[in-house]
Ligand binder design. Structure first.
Ligand SMILES: N[C@@H](CCC(=O)N[C@@H](CS)C(=O)NCC(=O)O)C(=O)O
Length: 198
């Protein structure tokens, strides 16, 4: 059985939502970052960054929420969380999975810290560009790939949930509100929110 290392009220939320979407049993291993559990040698052996979430699957260990999404979507094909390799939508699926940590996350950090960067040199451009791109991509919906929900929605939806709904770092837009309402209506999202609350 897969083991998910998580901490309440943290970025573990996306991995909790993912595991709940699979419908598969998994073990939650509480790694409370407020107690320093993430810096213990046994945890650093799983994620040398000392951050949650992380996943153990037999001999396999990994961290980084987007990597965990990619791994679990392949590991649990019945959950249909990813277009199969070779399908035309696979390209956009990977694009949005990487867009979350590569563009949404740094844009959020930039908004929080107000650090000025040259948008040509910064890999994510700037926050305005990132959220304009997302706005356009979510215009039609219901999901980031169109009709089918995927693990990319878990990464993009979790990012918007933090940035727009919970921390209000990013002004809401009609497309974000509608998308977040669809995410929040999913039973797996609701179960993950309850678990993540601790
Ligand atoms: N890039 C990581 C970020 C994970 C992360 O920053 N987790 C924070 C909690 S939100 C953490 O574990 N912090 C504990 C620490 O740094 O000691 C991912 O996407 O999974």
């Amino acid at each position: 059985m897969m083991q998910l290392y998580w901490s309440p009220r943290s970025r573990s939320f996306s991995a909790l939502w993912l595991m709940e979407e699979t419908g598969q049993p998994y073990e939650r291993v509480l790694t409370d970052i407020s107690t320093g559990a993430q810096r213990k040698p046994e945890y650093l052996a799983i994620n040398p960054m000392g951050k949650v979430p992380a996943l153990k699957d037999g001999e396999a260990t990994l961290a980084e929420a987007a990597a965990i999404c990619t791994y679990v979507a392949e590991r649990c094909p019945d959950a249909k969380l990813a277009p199969p390799p070779g399908a035309p939508l696979r390209a956009k699926y990977l694009y949005w999975l990487f867009f979350a940590p590569g563009c949404v996350e740094p844009a959020m950090v930039q908004l929080a810290t107000k650090i000025e960067m040259n948008p040509v040199a910064a890999g994510w451009g700037d926050a305005q560009r990132v959220f304009d791109v997302l706005d356009k991509a979510l215009e039609n919906g219901p999901w980031i790939l169109g009709e089918n929900f995927s693990a990319a929605d878990i990464m993009i939806g979790s990012g918007l949930n933090f940035a727009v709904r919970l921390f209000k770092m990013v002004p809401s837009r009609p497309s974000f509100d509608a998308y977040l309402a669809r995410c929040m209506a999913r039973p797996a999202f609701q179960r993950a929110e309850k678990i993540a609350a601790g």
